[in-house]
Design a protein around this ligand. Sequence first.
Ligand SMILES: CC(C)(COP(=O)(O)OP(=O)(O)OC[C@H]1O[C@@H](n2cnc3c(N)ncnc32)[C@H](O)[C@@H]1OP(=O)(O)O)[C@@H](O)C(=O)NCCC(=O)NCCS
Length: 156
Amino acid sequence: MIAQIRPFLDKDFFTLLQIDRACFERGIAYDEAALRHFVYQISSRTLVLVVDSKVAGFGISAMTWGRGGRRTGHIITLDLLPEVRGLGHGRSLLRRLEEELTENGASQVTLEVDVRNSGAIGFYRKMGYKEERQLKDYYGRGRDGLRMVCNLPPAE
Ligand SMILES: CC(C)(COP(=O)(O)OP(=O)(O)OC[C@H]1O[C@@H](n2cnc3c(N)ncnc32)[C@H](O)[C@@H]1OP(=O)(O)O)[C@@H](O)C(=O)NCCC(=O)NCCS
């Protein structure tokens, strides 16, 4: 198995949309306009996981500016096809996104995850993220989100 992480290219777009639909149920998965917005917004960064020459996952991060101008990174999504999960690729993708956020001055990273997505919550806990608070109806009525936060090490 040969795995590589590389920056997003325009030609990847519809593959990423399909991967997102394979990862999340309707109502949680992005529609085309939402994914386009996140991938192409000015402060975002999209990295693509290629396994044996096939695009098999991706992650999107963005920089946000908190109180007092503090730079905070945001993990918008991290999506791997089922067949490449549990092999360390999620960790590699997340760490690469975090490294770039650190290089851009972020000292903290936040994300939101569906409270019912116990697999992803377990993964993020392993990656050093802590639950900050529950977000009522974040994904629509009756679908709460969970905000998780991780402090990033200072840039070298
Ligand atoms: C969540 C996801 C990105 C994790 O990626 P992955 O490649 O499967 O995870 P890794 O193999 O890199 O695992 C890294 C660590 O997290 C742990 N982990 C992974 N999945 C886990 C789970 N479901 N429950 C608990 N721990 C988990 C692993 O055991 C590993 O720890 P270890 O090295 O101590 O054994 C992937 O499963 C996925 O794409 N899921 C569907 C989409 C999704 O829910 N994304 C998150 C929404 S924001």
